[in-house]
Design a protein around this ligand. Structure first.
Ligand SMILES: Cc1cc2nc3c(=O)[nH]c(=O)nc-3n(C[C@H](O)[C@H](O)[C@H](O)COP(=O)(O)O)c2cc1C
Length: 329
């Protein structure tokens, strides 16, 4: 099988490199890029789609918060979602964070006019700054309110609605109370990160509860959490053969090759490709601090010794960073 890679000049044709059906990955499986505020914004998604084509099917955008500023279609607020900024082949689902019904409906209707058909509602953010205001994972305590929002979204917009949740805020009872609601509305999918909100990222993912939950939800479930390696994916895939939708967050940034590796795609030129990714990110105009932040992740994925990252962190300009990275081929 040959596949033409057209994004790095000169064009290269790689024989026997791209394998889309493997024992691990089938054409029914879908790979999602997790929303990561400040990381998986449009410039990251665009660069990713260019340098690692055909590895991510869909992305949920980092959350659009309902609490800051006016809700009209301001360029600043909707910048990440403007179609002109998303010229890539990853299907994008905008995510909103908040609890104000009117705000949610207003934003959903605005997003409709921008060409979107689905919104994702964040019911999983664990951070105190968010949960203290009864947003994100904290809302998992209030099923009645969740149901009210869901029913109004279906009544007052013609947007599809998907949810991104944890197993609960402070108890797994929360998700079991939510299931009948999810099952009784035409929710398009539910992404489950199998931890509690109060655990943030400290505990292990609870696959036993996930298993129980996944057996009782009658909607499409997207699994999300701690897929760090191909072997992690293998274990999940064997344990949950009914799950076809997979979302990766942090380890897609530590190791941008992970989705490709899971799909059986092996790039012969790893460092070169990472440099191409760096160049695409740089070309999008991101700041020197942001590129350092990304190299903080990439360097961990590459198992670099700490001195190399220190070196990058001490460089002053993007050009110096790019020159340094080029010496690491
Ligand atoms: C820095 C950071 C930003 C995040 N931003 C969002 C967000 O905007 N919306 C959201 O639903 N989840 C957000 N998350 C959670 C991730 O989408 C994902 O659920 C979580 O990292 C677990 O997946 P992973 O183990 O593959 O990283 C964020 C996580 C991190 C670490």
């Amino acid at each position: 099988m040959a596949y033409e890679i057209s994004f790095i000049t000169p064009k290269v044709k790689v024989a026997d490199t791209f394998v889309f059906e493997t024992s691990l990955w089938s054409s029914e499986d879908k790979m999602y890029m997790a929303p990561m505020h400040g990381l998986t914004d449009y410039y990251f998604r665009n660069a990713f789609a260019k340098v690692f084509p055909c590895t991510i099917d869909k992305a949920i955008s980092p959350f659009l918060s309902l609490t800051h500023g006016k809700l009209e279609k301001s360029t600043r607020k909707f910048k990440d979602l403007l179609p002109i900024n998303n010229n890539n082949d990853i299907e994008l689902i905008p995510q909103i964070l908040g609890n104000d019904i009117n705000g949610i409906i207003e934003v959903a209707n605005t997003l409709k006019t921008m060409g979107y058909n689905e919104i994702n509602w964040n019911l999983g953010c664990p951070f105190k700054k968010i949960t203290n205001k009864n947003r994100g994972a904290a809302l998992l305590k209030d099923n009645q309110y969740i149901e009210k929002v869901i029913s109004e979204v279906f009544e007052k917009t013609d947007m599809h609605l998907s949810l991104k949740v944890r197993l609960g805020y402070d108890s797994t009872e929360d998700i079991f109370r939510l299931i009948p609601i999810v099952n009784s509305y035409p929710i398009s999918s539910i992404t489950i990160h199998p931890r509690l909100g109060v655990d943030e990222y400290s505990s292990e993912v609870d696959l036993d509860i996930f298993e129980e939950v996944s057996k009782t939800i009658n909607k499409k479930i997207i699994y999300n959490g701690d897929i760090k390696t191909v072997d992690d994916f293998k274990i999940l895939k064997n344990r949950f053969p009914q799950i076809k939708d997979w979302m990766i967050g942090r380890w897609l940034i530590y190791n941008p090759f992970l989705a490709a590796q899971i799909r059986g795609i092996n790039y012969p030129d790893k460092m070169e490709r990472l440099i191409a990714f760096n160049n695409e990110l740089v070309g999008s105009g991101i700041s020197v601090n942001k590129i350092k932040e990304f190299w903080g992740y990439f360097s961990k994925g590459l198992n670099w010794e700490a001195e190399k990252l220190d070196k990058i962190n001490h460089l002053q300009t993007i050009e110096e960073i790019t020159d340094y990275i080029n010496t690491q081929k």
